[in-house]
Design a protein around this ligand. Sequence first.
Ligand code: ZN
Length: 580
Amino acid sequence: MTKLLSLRLSIGYLVAAAAAAGCAKQPAEKLDETRSTVADLALRNGAIYTVDGARSWAETIAIDDGRIVYVGNDAGAKNYIGPQTQVVDLEGRMVLPGMQDVHIHPISGGIEANGCDLNAATNVEEYVATIKKYADEHPNETWIKGGGWAMSAFGPGALARKELIDAVVPDRPVILWSRDGHTVWANSKALEAAGITKDTPDPPDGRIDRDPKSGEPIGSLQEGAGGLVAEKAPPDTDATRDAGLRYAVKMLNRYGITGVQDASVNEEDLKAYHRLDDAGELTLRVVGSIWWEREPGLAQIEGIKNLRSEYTGGRIDAGTVKIMQDGVMENYTAVVLEPYKLPGKKDVRGIPMVEPELLKQAVTKLDAEGFQVHFHAIGDGAVRQALDAVEAARAANGNLGHRHHISHIQLIHPDDQPRFRKLGVVANFQPLWAYADDYITELTLPFISKEPASYLYPIASMERSGAVVAFGSDWSVSSANPFEEMETAITRMDAVGKPTTPWMPEERIGLPEALAAFTINAAYTNRDERNTGSLEVGKRANLAVLDRNLFEIAPTEISDTKVLVTLFEGRTVHGDLGAL
Ligand SMILES: [Zn+2]
């Protein structure tokens, strides 16, 4: 039912009548008290955590035409319930605002999940078995593509090698992206197809790993070197992209997620989002971060403006630009203030992807043009470069209120921590990474000194600094399950594996902060907090009904939480209200 329309009409009538009568405009709240219209749906007898300014709880929420028309106690809901209202008894279950993931790769992640997916495998033997099984099941695929392997599975200091894949797929090219998206594992056929030999020089933005004795490429390609083989593979088709996106949307709705920021989109991705939106299948809102190319510099801004105007609409906001400022710690491409501790190598401080002075100019121009900038910065050096760029934009343009944000932020130097709040930059953490896993203990800590090790993923410090802290998963780099991510932020322990001891316990945060980072703060980061991020009258009816009350369980149980029902714009997109 479109009660909002009739409400709007009646307000319009009243205002016109009031104007005609020469009296004051009727306040809209008065209308709500006496309205005769009823809601489509009322969820009553719940533990509704609204995430409004006071973090208040409610018992009942009434929804009409995709928007929230009432939030409060059961008694007050009676004016909104009529014969046509579907009334659901929540039997005390907890309800959250639909969550938002502010750094995720839905399309590529979905394509990967639909391809040769190694995410569920945990060691090299399982990787090889999975590759073989996929190859056997897909005899007609001329190239095998996929990903989801972890560098740590190969052991400390060891790299992925082509021979492992050659043993099971000798006849066609195979390329597999690492879980973090920074390395390609290729077999001999793929290297051959790309013409990569021991004479091929490293590209400026990457590294071809080689056998130290023979100089032969071993099948592990870092950063931009991965592109040398990937660009030879048959491109993804519209159908592959749509199928990948469908997979991701379904998965995210299942987790209670109703909004995302895609951390890297190109024109083909934006088209895929619109195709699904036009078909009524895009059951979440999307901010697309348009990828900043390394080569063209400022000249690309006109093209980015065109993409924004062409593809912003429906449930898609294409007003963000993604600038990748460094690489990752594991292969020493993250830009760090203090050189990496590497035997025999001096002064390795990572690779800035955009020269810092150009970065200042780019961010200043993008800010003036109304763009939000989404930075990738992992090392403390890259974080500082990103903050310096926003500071330059502020000096030139004043505060234009854009929610620039820095993702990953593995190391934030204490001098830079207060600058997020000062410059209005959102701290965009991937909290699932904030515990002592192999990446930390084997691939990070041995290569950095004590001081930077004391400010790894400083989530609580950033909360205390007053910065807006928002969370994202970086799926398919890691799980997109927000309950696993929240548990890790709260415990600083592995949310799904064996119990460990909290790592850097002083950086643990509380449940309300973790929830805010996935709801109202994520909505703010997605420039949609007027419409989403909390359960308040007038906002979109995006919400998740949980199987347990997060405030009544041990923190280590948070990751076990299941979402029973997800509503997006008032519509059930996961689960069944009738089965509650
Ligand atoms: Zn990412």
